[in-house]
Design a protein around this ligand. Sequence first.
Ligand code: PHE
Length: 459
Amino acid sequence: MNDLQGSDQWRTRLGFMLAAMGSAVGLGNIWRFSYVAGENGGATFLLVYLFFVLLIGIPLLLAEFSIGKAGQLDAVGSFRKLAPKTKWYLTGLMGVIGGILILSFYSVVSGWSLFYLYKYITGAYWNEPDGGFGAAFGAWISNSYAPLFWQALFLGVTIFIVMRGIKGGIEKANNFLMPALALLMIIMAVYGLTLDNAMQGVKFLFTPDWGQLSNPQVYIMALGQAFFSLSIGICGMLTYSSYLKEKDRLPAATVGIGLMDTLFAVIAGLMIFPAVFSFGVDPASGPPLVFITLPTIFESMPLGNVVGIVFFILLTMAALSSALSLLELPVAFFNRTLGWSRKVATLVCGVFIFILGIASSLGFGIWSGVTPIGDNGILDSIDYITANIMLPLGGLLIALFVGWYLPKKRAARFSEIESQGLTSVWYFLVKFVIPVLMIVIFLFQLGIIDYLIELLLTM
Ligand code: PHE
């Protein structure tokens, strides 16, 4: 075992909160939220999403934090400590694998963001390149080597920070990244709202089309987005809370983090959709939304080049603060459960993730014929498996662990909620409501409920 075990902690509770917010606010709020909301009905999606965040997301986040803080160890170690001689640690192991998988494609998209930042700084994208932004983006991502360089650069920075540990690396970085991010985002949203036709975007985001509520796809995607965006179900938040000092309480921090993440998603929507509408772009244009449509928009905006630089700085910083938590998750496991030094663990995980990520990157070029799930390419397939299957499954297991494995008294004590009434509400949600809702959505996802309905109708 080594020196860092147990001794490295957040310096302050605020530092922990900023880091956890940093984990939550990321490409998920800007890149993923905007295209998933765009494809799934805008305001209706937002409504279902908010409902899931409040009912499932925040209570589960507290459950995850409770396990980490009580266990004081990494994803696997904490479960082993709280539930010795059981298989519950597999939940943590699935999280470690999930973290590695997510960061493998996350770093590819982050690399694109870094590259776009570079293009804006050099002025190359201030004017539409030959053939348009769509073609330029398509040509760029289908390259075999260049995107790998930017992915490696991004991962290099992530590795550099995680190697320095919690207090000296991750906390310090987030203390700077998060306030800067909040400021830039508010400036961008206010600017977006001053554009012509901005109200149409606001309407798209806030006026639900009630008919969409009967579409199960909206629920499946909103649940996946809630998990992805709050970073829950994967034990990354558990890992972060394990570095808390005993005196730092969980509940208020949890609610703060959940609300901030949601606020950021809404602000990102306010930043993107008004612009999308004011320039007549299809909000359902999918994953390339921020890389194709936004540059088109920036070009025709007053001061668009400055806006472009600011936007891609923001996107890259948001991605970085999330990547830190994704890398810390396996690093903590190798460091604390397997006893590797933090340096070696960080390097080995980082390099492994880079190699794995090559597949996601090549999936847009020479491997574009590889479609593991439906007609989804490699990146989208890994995104789907992690966000829509592994994260919700991890969340379900965490709810079952806290609600059914731990004795009620212990669970209540770990949650640190002071009021008896609130403890009961939280416990009821975690024990019954969340598992039932999640199982129903899983059954929908697997098509089992559709099948049963059809069966009933034909009887
Ligand atoms: N929440 C991050 C985002 O919104 C992604 C993430 C998922 C980070 C899971 C850590 C764990 O971009």
